[in-house]
Design a protein around this ligand. Structure first.
Ligand code: AMP
Length: 428
């Protein structure tokens, strides 16, 4: 199937070609014809499936067909939970619509509103917004939703998780009755099912990439390692220059900061991104990472869910996620839209039960890398695996010595004493 079979107009086809898209992803194949038939849509799909283009392409096309000359009104509203996602969606509309005369604008909180209200005054066809800032600007009468013909609710389940569902309902109450609604959610908890039933009119449902599958294009590997040696293992792996940029997942905000700090001390350009950072700091970190100025972006799950970086080849689970679906989400950051990727997971002794749950969910056993310098029980990292001494290395050694309560042993002895550990204690 190619985009030519989907009745897409020439200017959009041209833009897709310029983007390098050769064929539609499954959700695009299913959703585009439904939206072009002006039906409401319930899409169960997560980020990474190509869902943004699945709604942006047909909405641009319908808006272009019914464009009225003269003053611009907000005719399409996209509501999305985070600033990062909002910016990406705006970029997508701009990319796919670059040969059309339709204007999009993105608004979000955490930054001054003046540039946004100035841009609104110039006239906008497509508004992409996060809920809080949208409500603020509606209340201040900078925005009217009375001309909205297309309403797209993106990541509805995440709106619920992040506590935005009340704001979303308020916004929905201000939309015109007559409109086409496209509703996207990766999961369908009860409250989201109820919300979808209340706003969708005889929707058609499309579902892609069930939660429990990992993309075949992503190669997965497990490194069994003691907690105190994870830092050294990461630094060791990053000595491979083939790893140009990596997204590293940490379970906590504090942990993300610590990993970024340790890498920086080891001379590796790294930044952390999480909910305690200001919007500006998060956006700056993301831009630096996209521009490959930062080699490693360390993120928590909430902060990372919307990250969409072209050519992200490596994802590292520094901590194993305790919710197995999170593993699927995390590794979905790489290997997007058919590109190949590598997902590396560090698993310490306590995390083996998380790994068991993940294995059950994804239905495959992730191959482990048994030969590496920081196998479980390794009290001292071999010196040659460091570029230069750094503060964190000393800490790691001290921690390892304390934990094992054993004097440091040389490598040969260590191999004999601990070498078979990971095999014997394998959980599989
Ligand atoms: P999304 O699920 O909308 O976040 O999209 C995931 C990524 O896939 C984005 O980087 C898109 O640019 C890319 N993408 C979307 N559709 C296609 C396609 N048909 N061919 C190649 N890449 C695509």
């Amino acid at each position: 199937m190619s985009f030519d079979n989907l009745n897409i107009i020439a200017p959009i086809l041209m833009a897709l070609k310029e983007e390098g898209y050769t064929q539609p992803t499954p959700i695009q194949q299913q959703a585009i014809p439904i939206v072009l038939r002006r039906k409401d849509l319930l899409g169960c799909a997560q980020t990474g499936t190509g869902k943004t283009a699945a709604f942006a392409i047909p909405v641009l096309q319908l808006m272009n067909e019914s464009k009225q000359p003269g003053r611009k009104n907000i005719r399409a509203l996209v509501l999305t939970p985070t600033r990062e996602l909002a910016i990406q969606i705006d970029e997508s509309f701009r990319n796919y619509g670059r040969h059309l005369d339709l204007k999009s604008l993105v608004i979000y909180g955490g930054v001054g509103q003046k540039p946004q209200t100035d841009a609104l005054r110039q006239g906008v066809d497509i508004l992409i917004a996060t809920p809080g800032r949208l409500l603020d600007l509606i209340d201040q009468r900078h925005i009217s939703l009375s001309h909205v013909e297309y309403f797209i609710l993106d990541e509805a389940d995440r709106m619920l998780d992040m506590g935005f569902i009340h704001d979303v309902k308020k916004i929905i109450a201000r939309l015109p009755q007559k409109k086409q609604t496209l509703f996207f959610s990766a999961t369908m908890p009860m409250e989201i099912t109820r919300l979808s039933a209340s706003i969708l009119h005889q929707p058609e449902r499309v579902e892609v990439t069930p939660q429990a599958t990992t993309a075949e294009t992503v190669q997965q590997k497990i490194y069994f390692v003691d907690k105190g040696n994870k830092k050294q293992l990461l630094i060791h792996l990053l000595q491979d220059p083939a790893i140009v940029t990596t997204l590293v997942f940490a379970r906590t905000k504090h942990g993300a900061d610590r990993v970024a700090r340790d890498l920086t001390r080891a001379g590796i350009r790294a930044e952390a991104i999480h909910g305690d950072k200001s919007q500006n700091a998060r956006q700056r970190a993301l831009s630096n990472f996209k521009a490959k100025q930062t080699r490693v972006l360390v993120a928590t799950d909430i902060a990372a869910r919307g990250i969409d970086v072209d050519e992200l080849a490596y994802v590292v689970n520094y901590d194993m996620p305790n919710v197995p679906e999170t593993y699927v989400h995390r590794i979905g950051r790489t290997g997007r839209a058919g590109a190949s990727g590598m997902a590396i997971s560090f698993c310490d002794n306590e995390e083996r039960e998380y790994l068991r749950d993940i294995t059950k969910l994804i239905g495959i056993r992730i191959p482990s890398v048994d030969e590496h310098p920081f196998k479980p029980g390794t009290p001292l990292p071999p010196k040659e695996s460091f570029d230069r001494p750094h503060h964190s290395q000393k800490q790691g050694v001290a921690a390892a010595g304390k934990r094992s309560d054993r004097p440091p042993v040389n490598n040969k002895k260590k191999k004999k004493r601990f070498g078979g550990w990971s095999n014997k204690k394998k959980v599989f």
